[in-house]
Design a protein around this ligand. Structure first.
Ligand code: 6PG
Length: 258
């Protein structure tokens, strides 16, 4: 077993999924306000899957919805499935329906990954170019997002970085088209480790007893074989926001912040 020795992740544990959504939404607000105060804008990559829904719903309601700096917010996606935006499994659709259509964010501040496209490699290259242009970095430089929200699959995948996938070895491209044979929708698009580890802040949102074993592997044992364990911002924070069920197998040595 190879154990990682990087920066100590912050861990916050909420009693249940609703309380997790509350503290997560407040954390997003804090990061957003700090980013706008420091740089005049807030750049965020949203997570897909089901766990973030409740957090997005909190951000779409007062008081948080009125405190978020929506006019200065730029929204990207950490990954997407190879489906159109109106498909039930579209991460964009989930975020749009639970958050983006409910808040005053300028439509041209939302950058969807066109999962339906017939040319996945072109989609990945275009999205990487969009990230670089909008975040204003020179060619070859890695854009720095203020915040990346991530989930965790029971197999240890995060975004669409699946165990054993060649994309785990990517060291240059910031976006990749991925074929995830084990996934319900194998065609995927994902941000890669270079851009995830260049972020100022990464927040994991994880809930449910079925995730306890992989949370222990990723966060407790920090096993290299678990893709989520490899997200370690070189100059940034990684904050694991868990509910009590998902944290139930974590060793007591894991420092928790209230
Ligand atoms: C996706 C996600 C993926 C997700 C995990 C957890 O597109 O599927 O980005 O990485 O975060 O699969 O999903 P749940 O939150 O639904 O458990």
């Amino acid at each position: 077993m190879i154990v990682l020795m990087d920066a100590t992740p912050e861990v916050r544990i909420a009693e249940h999924p609703e309380a997790l959504a509350d503290i997560a939404a407040h954390e997003v607000l804090e990061v957003a306000l700090a980013a706008v105060a420091a740089r005049g804008r807030f750049t965020v990559a949203l997570a897909g899957g089901s766990t973030p829904r409740a957090t997005y719903a909190r951000l779409a309601q007062p008081p948080l919805a009125t405190r978020m700096p929506w006019p200065h917010t730029l929204v990207f996606f950490g990954d997407e499935r190879g489906v159109p935006s109106d498909h039930a499994d579209s991460n964009y659709r989930m975020a749009h329906e639970t958050l983006l259509m409910r808040v005053p964010i300028p439509p041209d501040h939302v950058f969807r990954i066109p999962g339906e496209s017939a040319d996945p490699e072109a989609v990945a290259a275009d999205y990487a170019r969009t990230l670089a242009e909008v975040l204003g970095v020179r060619r070859g430089e890695v854009p720095r997002l203020d915040l990346v929200l991530l989930g965790l699959g029971v197999d240890g995948h995060t975004a669409s970085l699946f165990p054993g996938s060649p994309v785990l070895k990517e060291t240059f491209r910031t976006v990749a088209a991925v074929h995830a044979a084990a996934a319900s929708i194998p065609q995927r698009f994902t941000l890669t480790y270079p851009i995830l580890n260049a972020a100022a802040c990464v927040i994991y949102l994880v809930a449910g007893a079925e995730k306890a074993k992989v949370v222990k592997a990723a966060l407790g044992d920090r096993m290299r074989g678990v893709p989520a364990a490899m997200v370690q911002p070189t100059d940034g924070r990684v904050l694991w926001m868990l509910d009590r069920a998902a944290a139930s197998l974590l060793p007591s040595t894991i420092k928790r912040t209230s």
